[in-house]
Design a protein around this ligand. Structure first.
Ligand code: ADP
Ligand code: MG
Ligand code: ZN
Length: 631
């Protein structure tokens, strides 16, 4: 873990502090002090004042350079009102006042007030500085109000907890690329002697939790060099200008310790494209920080000092182009989610830390967790261990992992959410509808569990389908099968209750998305042909589906696409209805059990699902007729 390498703690200098708090002081002096100095005196026009003098309503006047305060004559039972006005240069005033018998005097010199306002400017800073120092001391190295202090954490060589490549699994290709960086750091001469330029910056790109931070630490650990780590979001905070100062500081420190690694996590926090505009557009602070970073990266070309800057981001597309230029982060290493083998390797790493039961089958768990990143798997093992402990077991067994997978997948069980009986019945039929249709569809996903115990925020019930293997390619039949399965829930509601609830909206959304992608991305429509009608997604590995915008198409084509999407969904809908109508008895039977038991899984479920049957003819009519339309 991070050891703070004698963190340099520059004492916030009194002067800097004072400067920083000037705006605060200004506010204080202007708003708060006047408010404290008593009730406000009504201000009237000068002419009004003269009139009152001439009407002999004024008792006494004190004349200052900037204002005149005066008191009206006493009424029957109370002292006269005090008013003020702004004087004009009026030499006749004393004569006038004298002639009307008004007491008058010059205002007392502002010494008194000058003193209070001086206090106003001096005391608050002292208080601020005191608070500042207090937090600094309290917060230790992570002081809450530290301004220019660098928060980089330093991992030092020989650290007992040092991370190596052995701690990172499932990202073998990325490791291979980073091995080269380790060589650069270990023996830079080998490269410089033949005139090779050692790359300065390397960008780790990949979805969250895939081990980018871990890999960067492992590079430092392998090379046995210090590792300065700071997160992009930590640069940009509190005060304008501090981000740039921090960057400067960080590089200065690093150069002293070369060879070493600087690791900037969440680079996108400072490296956002400068012309990205929008809400964050024109963020001066971020821009300054970015500029400083670019300057520093250009600056340290010096021969034997090997400082390699690693950075991580999960949104490379948002980065400013200047960051990616040669000499900066010109190399990118993709750190992607692990495949089956990778997941198994990661599970093995974390399983060493818990006591596994003899029967526990990590391979099966890896199979059930496609799409999980390293962090999810680490979390999964921990979650399973917690469940085992809660159960009073001494070892972590398959059942714990099974439940942990569900938890991670679907959010924690919320037993407290109660449905009324009618709703429960609808949800039960809905879920069984999904399951029955899913059981018949050509797909590698097996229905594992049906439940009407609400989970997470939205789902009232759920049907858990887990893949039996990693799939990268799905064929048209399988996609159509998925769409039909998604529509199974709604179809069951239609058949059973003749009405539809709002519960199916998420299903419909996903079904429509899939159908649209079949037509516009995968070219699976026979009517529209193998053309990609969307603009493509450069970063599909980030799982950012749904952002696809359509290519410019003619109105006719757009219509044809819509028609085709609708056809696919509608065909799937009919298919689902056919299956459910033909298996009506089974639907009722399972739904009743589900209402009673709340959860159906395992052998019992498989036994029932294997009974689903359908006359094949009635399904085959979904093949789209190959009618050709000019597009
Ligand atoms: P990222 O920086 O990509 O968001 P992290 O490196 O912070 O992900 O990963 C968080 C945690 O998840 C790590 O500390 C580690 O415990 C675990 N982890 C993530 N990926 C892996 C991996 N490939 N191998 C082993 N552990 C991993
Ligand atoms: Mg990270
Ligand atoms: Zn549903």
């Amino acid at each position: 873990m991070p050891i703070n390498d004698k963190p340099r703690r520059p004492r916030p200098k009194l002067i800097t502090s004072l400067l920083l708090f000037l705006p605060g002081l200004f506010l204080l002096a202007n708003l708060i002090l006047p408010a404290l100095s008593g009730p406000r005196i009504p201000r009237v026009p000068y002419s009004f004042f003269i009139e009152q003098v001439q009407d002999q309503e004024v008792a006494r006047v004190s004349v200052g350079q900037e204002q005149i305060q005066y008191q009206l004559k006493d009424e029957a039972d109370q002292p006269g009102q005090v008013l003020q006005t702004t004087p004009i240069f009026d030499l006749e005033l004393p004569k006038l006042l004298e002639s009307k018998g008004v007491e008058f005097a010059a205002m007392p010199p502002p010494g008194n007030r000058w003193f209070t306002s001086l206090l106003g400017w001096v005391i608050p800073p002292i208080i601020f500085v005191a608070i500042f120092q207090f937090f600094n001391r309290r917060g230790g190295p992570q002081g809450a109000l530290s301004v220019t202090k660098n928060k980089a954490k330093v991992y030092v060589e020989g650290d007992a907890n040092k991370v190596t490549f052995a701690d990172v699994a499932g990202v073998e290709e990325s490791k291979a690329e980073l091995q080269e960086v380790v060589e650069f750091l270990r023996s830079p001469q080998r490269f410089t002697e033949i005139g090779a330029r050692i790359p300065k910056g390397l960008l780790l790109v990949g979805p969250p939790g895939t081990g980018k931070t871990l890999l960067a630490k492992a590079v430092a650990g392998e090379a046995g060099v210090p590792f300065f780590s700071i997160s992009g979001s930590e640069f940009v905070e509190l005060f304008v200008g501090t981000g740039a100062a921090r960057v400067r500081d960080l590089f200065e420190q690093a150069k002293k310790k070369a060879p070493c690694i600087i690791f900037i996590d969440e680079l996108d926090a400072i490296g956002k494209s400068r012309n990205s505009g929008g809400f964050y557009g024109g963020n001066d602070e971020r821009e300054q920080t970015l500029n400083q970073l670019l300057t520093e990266m250009d600056g340290f070309a010096v021969g034997d000092k090997t400082v390699i800057v690693l950075a991580a981001t999960n949104r490379p597309e948002t980065l400013d182009a200047a960051l990616l230029r040669p000499g900066r982060f010109d190399r990118q290493v993709l750190v992607d989610r692990p495949d089956l083998e990778g997941r198994l390797a990661i599970l093995k790493i974390y399983a060493q830390k818990v006591k596994l039961g003899d029967q526990t089958d990590l391979n099966a768990i890896a199979t059930r967790t496609p799409g999980f990143a390293g962090a999810d798997l680490a979390n999964l093992v921990n979650e399973a261990a917690l469940l085992a402990a809660r159960r009073g077991s001494l070892t972590v067994d398959n059942q714990d992992f099974a439940e942990a997978v569900e938890r991670v997948v679907a959010g924690l069980e919320k037993k407290s959410r109660v449905l009324n009986d009618k709703e429960k019945k609808i949800v039960a039929y809905h879920e069984v509808g999904h399951a029955l249709v899913g059981a018949l569809m050509p797909s590698s996903d097996r229905v594992e569990k049906i439940s009407i115990v609400p989970r997470g925020m939205a789902a009232l019930g759920y049907t858990l389908q887990l893949p039996t293997e990693d799939r990268f390619l799905l064929n048209e039949e399988e996609l159509r099968g998925q769409i039909a399965t998604l529509l199974g829930g709604r179809s069951a509601e239609e058949i059973m209750f003749g009405s539809i609830t709002t519960g199916a909206s998420n299903d419909l959304q996903r079904a429509t998305d899939l159908a649209e992608r079949m037509v516009t991305t995968y070219g699976m429509s026979q009517v529209l042909g193998p053309l990609a009608y969307d603009q493509g997604q450069p970063n599909t590995f980030l799982g950012e589906a749904g952002m696809n915008s359509r290519r410019m198409v003619s109105e006719q084509t757009a219509k044809a696409i819509d028609q085709e999407v609708k056809d696919i969904v509608e065909t799937a809908h009919q298919q689902a209805r056919t299956i459910l109508t033909q298996n009506r008895d089974l639907l009722d039977k399972i739904a009743l059990h589900l209402l009673h038991q709340e959860v159906i899984e395992g052998d019992q479920l498989q036994e029932w699902l294997s009974q689903v049957q359908v006359e094949t003819d009635s399904l085959n009519n979904h093949q789209p007729q190959a009618e050709l339309v000019e597009v």
